[in-house]
Design a protein around this ligand. Structure first.
Ligand SMILES: [Zn+2]
Length: 374
């Protein structure tokens, strides 16, 4: 019993000793050298120092003496983290708020105590123990500033790419126009002139089926197959998937024109203002959010319509038309017509005369202009 108690005591002491940090006395000196909000350079210096050394408490401007109980709550300037190596070794940083000589945090905050003119590098939630509401207010303010910063960075990146999006949109316009004119003509010839009224119903799933005749199998309640006398077999016809088909949306009788939407997106992008980094910075957070939303709406529309166009243009690929042709000509096919592609011509035939179409130059491509991803 006594031995056990002694062991526990020893273990507790050992634990304390591994968490103990010899913080140099100079770190505890109050360095009242920050009467104003720290500059970008100082913030950068602190972040780099913490990350490189893993010992934020040794940064030249840090005050390791605890904050006074009744002092003004700090402003949280930014976040810091210790090096990955220090983290792996569990060499966390001691914190002036709560554990000045024991390991405490890997991720912390740069806290500026304006009334004392000092900076303390502290654990993320540590000041809450001294002044909860002061901490919460300061933390919310940090999060708000971080969000604003993210929105600003995002807009600046997007604004830089906007000319590429507008250019891609302009290149897509003639392709969309050609597709809007050409595809409905083809669909019309197949369904109306050749009388293939079930065309869309057959292709809309992206798979072409053939009607295969198979012996009917009756299954008993226990799952076993019923035996059938020779010559008395029953047969049934079931659709069996035969070929995949791509770009079938081009043949949707309710297909929506792509040109107007792409033109809308390009027009909206051209209208986004302001477009210079300086002018964007000068906007207030609400105005920036509005610019960001305008950009996103137009870009999303452009991307969606470009994807539709990319998909539909593939309908005309040699391989796709070949599959369609093979399927339509098969005696087991649920449709009956013919289709073929020869160079720049598409020929639709069947129960009436062949119709020859010149495939527009804009649609004789396999890759359409891409939109540079943000
Ligand atoms: Zn702390």
């Amino acid at each position: 019993m006594r031995q056990q108690a002694e062991n526990a005591n020893w273990n507790a002491r050992l634990e304390i000793s591994t968490l103990w940090v010899d913080v140099p006395p100079s770190c505890f000196e109050v360095k009242a050298i920050f009467p104003a909000y720290p500059t970008e350079d100082v913030i950068r210096e602190i972040k780099d120092f913490s990350l490189q050394t893993g010992r934020p408490y040794e940064w030249r401007g840090h005050t390791h003496a605890p904050p006074p109980k009744d002092g003004k709550p700090p402003i949280y300037i930014d976040r810091i983290e210790i090096s990955a190596v220090a983290r792996r070794r569990k060499e966390f940083s001691p914190c002036p708020c709560c554990t000045p000589n024991h390991r405490k945090f890997g991720e912390g905050l740069i806290a500026w105590f304006e009334d004392e003119k000092v900076i303390r590098l502290i654990g993320k939630d540590c000041f809450a123990a001294i002044n909860r509401s002061g901490h919460e207010e300061a933390y919310q303010d940090l999060v708000r500033r971080e969000n604003e910063r993210r929105v600003l960075d995002h807009i600046l990146r997007q604004i830089g790419r906007m000319p590429n999006w507008i250019r891609a949109g302009e290149e897509l316009l003639p392709i969309a126009q050609a597709a809007d004119e050409f595809f409905p003509q083809i669909e019309n010839r197949i369904t109306k002139s050749q009388g293939v009224s079930n065309f869309w119903r057959e292709i809309r799933g992206g798979v072409l089926h053939l009607n295969e005749t198979v012996a009917k199998v009756n299954v008993r309640r226990d799952g076993s197959e019923e035996e059938v006398e020779e010559g008395k077999e029953a047969f049934e016809t079931i659709p069996v998937a035969a070929f995949p088909i791509i770009g079938y949306a081009a043949m949707n009788p309710a297909r929506k024109a792509l040109y107007p939407s792409i033109l809308d997106a390009v027009t909206a992008l051209r209208a986004v203002a302001p477009t210079t980094a300086g002018a964007i910075r000068a906007l207030n957070p609400i105005q920036r959010l509005a610019v960001s939303r305008d950009l996103k709406r137009s870009l999303d529309l452009l991307k969606r319509k470009r994807e539709d166009l990319r998909d539909q243009v593939q309908f005309l690929s040699q391989l796709n038309i070949q599959r369609l042709s093979q399927w339509a000509a098969d005696p087991k096919s649920p449709v009956s017509f013919s289709i073929s592609r020869k160079e720049g011509k598409l020929i639709v035939g069947g129960r009436r005369a062949d119709y020859v179409f010149d495939i527009p130059e804009e649609l004789r491509i396999s890759i359409i202009p891409a939109i540079d991803e943000p």
